[in-house]
Design a protein around this ligand. Structure first.
Ligand SMILES: [Zn+2]
Ligand SMILES: [Zn+2]
Length: 352
């Protein structure tokens, strides 16, 4: 079968691999479609960040070259021994969070903070930019008929948005600023609406992404190139600032903007992957008593919630897809193009 493998920075290749066999506790899935994630592009342009290059990953035992792809839907074609609760023919989407199951984070219900955390499609052990993918059955989430293959490939980023909103402590009736309206920013908008936010301000310079933010329910969309975002947020919130701000952009001023835009004791959540450090003036915390927190991936319950929200049909998640490309074209039309001009697309799906 064909699969996209990461060899190193700016070096990904479509190669011929044997179709995997599901090991004990694994399932084999025929991939329907797989999204290219911002993290994939970070690995390509600025990595390796989470891809094991020299030392094998403790959970998968693999190191580069590894097959990429972790936002996908597909159909189960075989079950390994010990893979229970699922059946051949079932459509599934999958969590990417590989965990040990026994460390303090895992036993406390935070597998995304596992001491030996890995990501399926990043840390080895298979990946979904491929015709077939074998992975642990515990990652699989069955898809109801209401969820299309395309929407199924968007559940992983939706779960990430749900977790970020959870980390912010946002409660019904509150306000949020989302910096960046790429797929994760848009999923934070969807999740904030589902959590009952009544004011969601988005800052996004790309016209195609700004338009999508309005369509997904942002109450105001600002252009950081033209607007003084912090001043406009103040105006829109009666001079107070938002209850929660989410940095999904990792842009030179995005973190400062998020921190300056929250109300006293507001919450700033970093959801972005940074390729470089960013300056922080701690006085901004002193004078606002703001809380800064991080948000990584999601819990299994949050993935289940993503399935519920998508099945509820309130949002046309598929409209986030700006292009669908063949696996043979994933390097040129996918990785190279997204690394050079990320703002021109929202979500690109790959069809094996
Ligand atoms: Zn992702
Ligand atoms: Zn663990």
């Amino acid at each position: 079968m064909k699969a996209l493998r990461y060899h190193g920075r700016a070096d990904v290749r479509v190669e011929d691999l044997p179709t995997p066999d599901p090991a004990d506790g694994e399932i084999l899935v025929r991939i329907a479609t797989t999204g290219i994630c911002g993290s994939d592009i970070h690995e390509y342009r600025g990595g390796p960040l989470a891809i094991p290059l020299d030392t094998p990953h403790p959970l998968t035992g693999d190191r580069a070259p590894v097959t990429m792809g972790h936002e996908f839907s597909g159909t189960i074609v075989a079950l390994g021994s010990g893979a229970t609760g699922l059946r051949v023919g079932q459509r599934v989407a999958a969590s990417a969070v590989l965990r040990c199951g026994t460390c303090p984070s895992c036993t406390a219900g935070h597998p995304q903070l596992c001491r030996t955390l890995g990501f399926h499609g990043i840390s080895g052990g298979g990946g979904a930019f491929a015709e077939f993918d074998a992975f642990p059955a515990y990652l699989a989430n069955p898809l109801p008929d209401e969820i299309s293959d395309e929407a199924g490939a968007l559940l992983e980023p939706l779960a990430t948005g749900i977790h970020a909103v959870g980390r912010s402590g946002l409660t019904p009736g509150q306000s949020a600023l989302v910096v960046g309206a790429g797929p994760i920013g848009l999923m934070v908008v969807v999740a904030a609406l589902a959590a009952g936010a009544d004011q969601i301000i988005v800052s996004e310079p790309s016209p195609v992404r700004a338009k999508a933010a309005a369509r997904f329910g942002a109450t105001a969309v600002l252009d950081p190139k033209a607007d003084d975002v912090v001043a406009r947020v103040r105006e829109l919130t009666g001079g107070h600032g938002v209850d929660a701000a989410f940095d999904t952009a990792a842009a030179p001023t995005s973190f400062d903007t998020a921190l300056a835009a929250v109300r006293p004791r507001g919450h700033v959540v970093n959801v972005a992957v940074w390729e470089n450090p960013t300056p922080l003036q701690p006085n901004a915390l002193l004078f606002s008593e703001a809380t800064i927190t991080g948000s990584l991936a999601y819990t299994p319950a949050e993935f289940t919630r993503a399935v519920e929200i998508a099945a509820g049909g309130a949002h046309d998640l598929e409209s986030m897809v700006t292009r669908s490309i063949a696996l043979a074209d994933v390097v040129t039309h996918g990785f190279e193009r997204l690394a050079a001009d990320p703002g021109a697309d929202i979500k690109v799906l790959v069809r094996p």
